[in-house]
Structure formats: structure tokens, C-alpha cells
Design a protein around this ligand. Structure first.
Ligand code: SAM
Length: 403
């Protein structure tokens, strides 16, 4: 049982039953229990934490629940928004819960009486294909009701977050790794009852703010979008993070429905502008523009030579070069933001391309060592098999910084 929990802590699974963490299922995330376990292992205690790849805010939220002030970077504006809502908005909404509750209950009453059956199909700048027409018209109607009846900023943010959190479930899409169209049998008819799901989610969020809002004892601050662009020095004593794996997850495309709802994009043509801000971690990140200035770090020369013989796509080699070049720049920033003797806890997995193993953990550890990070402990959380049968692992590597 303990082994199973250890395995699951490296995934989002355990967050699904935790207040606040459970609002939005971010399958790329880890669980709060992983962060708690790591904080517990640090005997001196932690007073401030940074997550350079904040995602849906699991590390900052877990820190906030322990009264630890936190900082994050995140290039996906929806994830950054969610992180702020789950911590800062919840904290503020708890302090004036009567106002927030009154407004959201009023919204629920309006929704009860609203004639959703009369909504007419609408356009959604190309995004309409991801919804049934009746679901889309109700979705737009719900958003209009929120805009009209939520005057309080905190209530409005919670109401919009509730809608964002049910977008995939009520669409024609599923998240299976990437976001894709659901195949026959992958959806239930009840999934499309967007008004029902909205009510459920808003009630869950209201409940969590009321019952668990006081668990948030510290605020969080977004330092930058891009982890390569922070300038802080000696700000934190601990970093807990899971960088993108070298596997091509397109974090931006996977959240296009949420980005559209919250106005971060007008249409799908706007997605690349956010995608190109992320570190190079997949072949879709590789473009002439973002690989123009990359240089090969010594630690990947051997692998690049092997890959050059077998790569089935000309973007694989620049992707691998770019990934480690970008991570090298991140380590440089981490060296500055972390105090001497501070802790870096890294959750990372290795990869393979065309049968060539990329020992990401070893390469990152070598790069980190050059910036003063000494690895002192590793835990393999789980093993997985790539499509060609190669065994790959997810592991936690713990470092201490010696400046
Ligand atoms: C593996 S996920 C982290 C998930 C997080 N641990 C959680 O539990 O939600 C990696 C995140 O890094 C973000 N990202 C990619 N490139 C980035 C960059 N250059 N700076 C900051 N964030 C970046 C992605 O948008 C994604 O949300």
C-alpha cells in the first residue's frame, strides 16, 4: 500500500480527493503528498519555496497550507491563473466569505431559473467544433450570467474557475495524455449536461473555500512567466519542481478550451505564441526562431551523435540540444534564487527516441553540479515502459546548493 501511494504521489491521482487541489485535474501534475513528504524530510524546516514550473500550483498550494510563502513561474496563463485562484483568491474569499457566498448563491439561483433551453447556437471563433451546439450555447450563457451577476472580483474569479474546470468533461474531447476527440464509448450522455456539472463544481468550490479556506496560511507570488527570466537572488530556501519531461507534451494545446474561455486566446492561431514561451521539450517546440541561439552542452554530445544516426525526424536532435540548453539556463537562475545550503527537489523522468536512451536525470544532475547543486539522494517512484519496450523511470532527485 505504501509503495502504491509512493508511486501515485508522482502523478496527479492523489490530488483528486483533496480539497482545493481537486478542482482542476492536471494530469501533468504531481500530488500534494509528494510535496509534503519532501518538506518533512528537510529537518531545518522550510520558510520559502519556489516552483519554476508551477503547473496548477500543487507545490505552492501545499506550501501555503503550511504557512510557507511561495513563488512560482509558469508560461501557461491559464495554469498561472489557477494557481493564483487556488491560493490567493481562496485566502481572500475566506476572509470575506459572507459576500462571496451570497453572490455565488445568487448566481446559482439565477442559473436555476434561466431558460437554457431557449439558447441559440453561437459561434466561438473556430473552437465550436469541440462542443455539441447545445452545450456551447449553454456554456456561453453561463459565462454571460457570471459576467452579469458576479460584481465581486473574488466571486467572479471563483465562478469562472468553476466553469474552466468542467470544460473538457462537457466537451467532445477527452484528456488521455494529450487532449483529443473522444472515441465512441468514451463519454456518457450525462457528461454533456453542462449546467448540472457547473452547479456541482461551483458548489464544490464554495464548500472548499468555506471549510478549507483557512488552511491557506500564506500567499503566493508569480515571479515570471518563464523560469529562465527570473532575477531574484537568495529569495528562497527550497525549490520543489517537476520540469517538463523530454516527451513532447504540449501544455498549451492541451488547455486550449480553458485558454479560450478565460480570454487568453481568441482562436487556435494564438496558441503558438504561448507554446513558444515554454522550454523546448517536444518536437513541436522546435522552430527556427527558438533554436537559433541554442548551443550544445557538453553533457549531451555523445547522445546527439547517436541520435544523428537514427533520428526519424529532423527536429529530434535540435529538440534534445534545446532541452538541455534551456534546463542549463534554468539551473543558472535556480542557483541565484536559492540561498546557500538550500534544497532543490526535482521530479524527473528519462526518455528515448528511436531506441536511443536519454538519461535525463543523469544529464540534469551533471548540469546542476556545475552550478553548485550536489545530489545527495534519489528515490525511484515508478518505472514505465516506452512504446518500444524500453524501461523508463520517474524519480525524485534531491540536491543541496553550495554557493
Ligand atoms: C510537469 S508540469 C508541472 C506540474 C506541476 N508540478 C503541478 O503539480 O501542477 C510542467 C509545467 O511547466 C510549464 N512550463 C514549460 N516551460 C516553462 C518555462 N520556461 N517557464 C515556466 N514554466 C514552464 C508548463 O506549462 C507546465 O505547466
Amino acid at each position: 500500500m505504501a509503495a502504491k501511494i509512493k508511486q501515485l504521489s508522482g502523478t496527479f491521482a492523489l490530488n483528486k480527493s483533496e480539497p482545493i487541489h481537486r478542482w482542476y485535474p492536471y494530469i501533468e501534475g504531481f500530488s500534494s503528498s509528494l510535496v509534503r513528504d519532501e518538506l518533512d524530510k528537510i529537518q531545518e524546516g522550510v520558510s520559502s519555496l519556489y516552483d519554476p514550473f508551477g503547473g496548477c500550483g500543487t507545490a505552492p498550494l501545499t506550501a501555503a497550507q503550511r504557512g510557507i510563502k511561495s513563488f512560482y513561474s509558469e508560461t501557461n496563463p491559464f495554469m498561472a491563473y489557477l494557481c493564483d485562484v487556488k491560493i490567493n483568491v481562496v485566502k481572500a474569499a475566506y476572509d470575506k466569505f459572507d459576500v462571496v457566498e451570497q453572490e455565488l448563491n445568487h448566481l446559482l439561483e439565477i442559473i436555476d431559473r434561466f431558460p437554457f433551453g431557449n439558447c441559440i447556437p453561437c459561434e466561438y471563433q473556430g473552437i465550436e467544433k469541440y462542443y455539441r451546439p447545445d452545450v456551447l450555447s449553454k456554456l456561453i450563457a453561463l459565462m454571460n450570467l457570471i459576467e452579469e451577476f458576479c460584481q465581486d472580483e473574488l466571486a467572479s474569479k471563483l465562478a469562472k474557475t468553476s466553469l474552466a474546470c468542467i470544460l473538457v468533461n462537457t466537451s467532445n474531447m477527452v484528456r488521455r495524455g494529450d487532449l483529443r476527440y473522444a472515441k465512441k464509448g468514451e463519454k456518457l450522455e450525462t457528461d454533456f449536461d453542462i449546467v448540472y456539472h457547473y452547479r456541482q463544481k461551483l458548489n464544490e468550490i464554495l464548500h472548499d473555500v468555506k471549510e478549507y479556506g483557512n488552511s491557506i496560511k500564506a500567499k503566493t507570488v508569480q515571479l515570471s512567466e518563464d523560469a529562465r527570466q527570473i532575477n531574484e537572488i537568495d529569495l528562497v530556501d527550497c525549490i520543489v519542481t517537476s520540469p517538463p519531461y523530454l516527451n513532447g507534451t504540449n501544455y498549451i494545446r492541451n488547455t486550449k478550451l480553458e485558454l479560450k474561455l478565460l480570454g487568453f486566446i481568441d482562436n487556435e492561431g494564438d496558441l503558438p505564441k504561448y507554446h513558444s514561451k515554454g522550454i523546448i521539450a517536444g518536437i513541436n517546440n522546435v522552430s527556427k526562431r527558438n533554436t537559433k541561439n541554442i548551443r550544445i552542452v557538453d553533457e549531451v554530445r555523445n547522445i546527439v551523435e547517436k541520435l544523428e544516426q537514427v533520428a526519424y525526424d529532423k527536429r529530434i536532435v535540435p529538440m534534445v540540444i534545446g532541452y538541455f540548453y534551456d534546463m542549463d539556463r534554468v539551473f543558472d537562475k535556480l542557483h541565484h534564487i536559492l540561498v546557500n545550503n538550500g534544497y532543490l527537489i526535482l521530479d524527473i523522468g528519462d526518455s528515448q527516441f528511436a531506441g536511443v536512451h536519454i538519461p535525463t536525470h543523469d544529464i540534469l544532475t551533471s548540469l546542476a553540479a556545475k552550478k553548485g547543486f550536489a545530489a545527495y539522494d534519489t528515490t525511484v517512484l515508478r518505472s514505465r515502459r516506452s512504446k518500444n519496450g524500453m524501461v523508463l523511470t520517474q524519480r525524485i532527485i534531491r540536491y543541496r546548493l553550495h554557493k
